[in-house]
Write a protein that binds this ligand. Structure first.
Ligand code: HEC
Length: 152
C-alpha cells in the first residue's frame, strides 16, 4: 500500500467511525426500559413531558444547524399530546405536583408555550433562522419557568 492509499484508508475509517458513533445514540433514544414505561403509567402530563423532552433535543439540533425541515418534523410529532393533558387536568385525573391549586396560571403558561411551539413550526417552515433561534430560547425559558412553579 502506498502512503497515499494508506492515508485515504484511514480517512475512510475515521468517517465510518463517526457515522456509527452518531447513529448509535439515536437508536438508543427510542428504547424505553420497562421500568421507565411503568413509572409513566397513564399520566398524560408525564407522557407529554417525556415526548417533549426528546422533541426539544431534536429542535435544538435543527436550530443549531439551521435546518428548518428537521425542526418542523420534530414539532409535528407532538400533535395531540397537549389535548390529552388538558382533558385529564379538567377531569381532575391529574394535577401538577406543586401549586396544584393554581391551575389557571398553569393553563396560561401551557397555552403560551404551545402557542410559541406553533410559531416555531411556522418559522421553521419558512426557514426563518432568526425566528427559530428566538422562539427556541423563549421555549427553553418556558420549560424552566413552569417547572419552577409546578414541578416538585
Ligand atoms: C406549562 C408547564 C410546563 C412546561 C411549559 C414544560 N413542562 Fe415539563 N413538566 C411540567 C410538570 C408539572 C412536570 C412534573 C410532572 C409530574 O411529575 O407529575 C414536568 C416534568 C418534566 C419532565 C420529567 C418527566 C418525568 O419523567 O418525570 C421533563 C423531562 C420535562 N418536564 C421536560 C420539559 C421540557 C424539555 C420542556 C420545555 C421544552 C418542558 N418540560 C416544559 C410542566 C411543564
Amino acid at each position: 500500500m502506498t502512503k497515499r492509499t494508506l492515508a485515504a484508508a484511514s480517512v475512510a475509517a475515521a468517517a465510518l467511525a463517526l457515522l456509527f458513533s452518531s447513529s448509535t445514540p439515536l437508536r438508543a433514544e427510542h428504547k424505553h426500559s420497562p421500568e421507565v414505561q411503568e413509572r409513566s403509567g397513564a399520566n398524560p402530563l408525564i407522557e407529554e413531558m417525556r415526548r417533549l423532552d426528546t422533541v426539544f433535543k431534536e429542535i435544538v439540533s435543527g436550530v443549531a444547524l439551521g435546518d428548518g425541515v428537521r425542526v418542523h418534523r420534530a414539532i409535528e410529532t407532538m400533535h395531540g399530546a397537549r389535548e390529552k393533558t388538558e382533558e385529564a387536568l379538567h377531569a381532575g385525573e391529574i394535577k401538577p405536583p406543586k401549586n396544584s391549586g393554581k391551575l389557571e396560571k398553569f393553563e396560561m403558561m401551557d397555552k403560551e408555550f404551545h402557542g410559541d411551539l406553533e410559531k416555531l413550526a411556522e418559522a421553521a417552515s419558512k426557514d426563518d433562522r432568526t425566528g427559530m433561534l428566538r422562539l427556541t430560547k423563549k421555549l427553553m425559558d418556558g420549560c424552566v419557568r413552569c417547572h419552577a412553579a409546578y414541578r416538585k
